[in-house]
Design a protein around this ligand. Structure first.
Ligand code: ZN
Length: 116
């Protein structure tokens, strides 16, 4: 079995029974040990016991993480924007109550471009 210690920098400070180790006057709160399973293998839950520990890690190491793959220019995805008219309706109100009024609406759709 492969295990990882939770990488949350404050994991060992959370007051939960699951972290208590030791006996008598020598008790400690210990970092959570995470077993690798088919559910967390290949994703970050094999390194973090919960979302709070994950976010603490990101906050603490953000500068280093960004340095691995800095984005210095914007990326662009080619698209086509299609506009099509279609008949819709809206409700109007008068002294007799409400009635449906048809009108031509415009639907805007962003389509991917196959640039193979
Ligand atoms: Zn943790």
């Amino acid at each position: 079995m492969t295990y990882n210690w939770c990488h949350g920098p404050n994991c060992h400070t959370n007051h939960t029974q699951s972290r208590v180790r030791g006996s008598g006057d020598n008790k400690v709160l210990r970092t959570i040990k995470i077993k690798e399973t088919k559910w967390n293998n290949g994703n970050y839950w094999k390194y973090f016991c919960n979302q709070s520990c994950l976010m603490d890690f990101i906050r603490l190491h953000l500068t280093s993480i960004i340095a691995i793959a800095p984005r210095r220019e914007a990326l662009e995805t080619p698209i086509k924007v299609e506009k099509e008219k279609y008949e819709s309706h809206r409700y109007r109100y008068n002294d007799n109550g409400s009635y449906r009024e048809p009108y031509m609406a415009t639907r805007t759709t962003i389509k991917s471009v196959d640039n193979a």
